[in-house]
Design a protein around this ligand. Structure first.
Ligand SMILES: Nc1ncnc2c1ncn2[C@@H]1O[C@H](COP(=O)(O)OP(=O)(O)OP(=O)(O)O)[C@@H](O)[C@H]1O
Ligand SMILES: [Mg+2]
Length: 247
């Protein structure tokens, strides 16, 4: 519990990330309260994916801390970060590939197969059915990733991230490959997972519709959060804030 009485699932302080002479993140500060569903927006190249990769322990920083469930992800070695991720963080990244030699079912169950202490076999079975149904990928469980469309693959990656009941889901353009209806369904699923389970969600998106599914939107500019607003679940309001921030 913080002094202000608010708990955070994710708390970044003083995060710096450089590529050569380019400072992508500089003294970056960000907090995701427990149980929150929030969005991160900004122009291409401003560092959104960089931050999510750092927070997922997939990238090394040049300074700072990113605490998830009270642990500093940035100070972990690769294998510790991988284990931590399987237990606490659901990652939905386009580049975070599915394993091509494994079926959809095996891919979705993989994090639990590697570290299945958290749920019973019955819970896994029930959760698998619910999530697969909600994502509209029933019937393709025995297919290989190469036999799927881009959108189907993306939904399998989302199912894989959600199945272990992570404390936080980090999603980078989770609807980027989806049609309008599927994107809406994914937003509804995120909202449901967020409200029914103790799962905080941070979604990076260019789509005001997706950002408006979240309660709050943050805008990244010059390596920092330049502004944050309540979305009021209104895509037009999100677009207006965006244009004001980057005018
Ligand atoms: N491996 C890398 N080596 C060098 N520069 C990199 C590397 N990865 C990212 N960058 C640079 O860091 C900056 C931020 O990239 P990042 O992928 O975080 O942007 P983004 O906000 O996610 O953009 P987009 O909306 O296009 O996905 C960009 O200028 C990019 O060129
Ligand atoms: Mg990106």
């Amino acid at each position: 519990m913080s002094l202000l009485g608010e708990d955070f699932t994710l708390k970044a302080t003083g995060v710096c990330k450089r590529y050569g002479a380019e400072n992508v993140l500089e003294g970056f500060k960000f907090s995701l309260p427990e149980g929150a569903f929030e969005a991160l927006m900004g122009p291409s190249g401003c560092g959104k994916s960089t931050f999510l990769h750092l927070a997922a322990g997939l990238l090394k920083a040049d300074g700072g801390r990113v605490e998830i469930a009270g642990k500093d992800v940035l100070s972990m070695g690769d294998s510790e970060a991988a284990k931590f991720r399987r237990r606490h963080v659901g990652v939905v990244f386009q580049a975070f590939n599915l394993i091509s030699s494994k079926t959809v079912r095996e891919n979705i169950l993989l994090p639990l197969a590697l570290d299945g202490a958290k749920l019973s076999a019955r819970e896994v079975k029930e959760r698998f059915s619910t999530i697969v149904e909600r994502l509209g990928i029933t019937g393709i469980e025995e297919k290989l990733p190469d036999e799927l469309s881009g959108g189907e693959r993306q939904r399998v990656a989302i199912a894989r991230a959600l199945l272990p009941s992570p404390e936080v889901v980090l999603a980078d353009e989770p609807t980027g490959n989806l049609d309008v209806k599927s994107a809406k369904d994914i937003c509804a699923l995120f909202k449901e997972i967020n409200s029914c389970e103790k799962c905080s969600i941070l979604v990076v998106t260019h789509d005001p519709q997706v950002a408006a599914a979240a309660s709050k939107v943050h805008f990244l500019k010059d390596g920092r959060i330049a502004a944050s607003y309540e979305t009021e679940h209104d895509p037009a309001l999100v677009s207006k804030f965006y244009l004001e921030t980057y005018k």
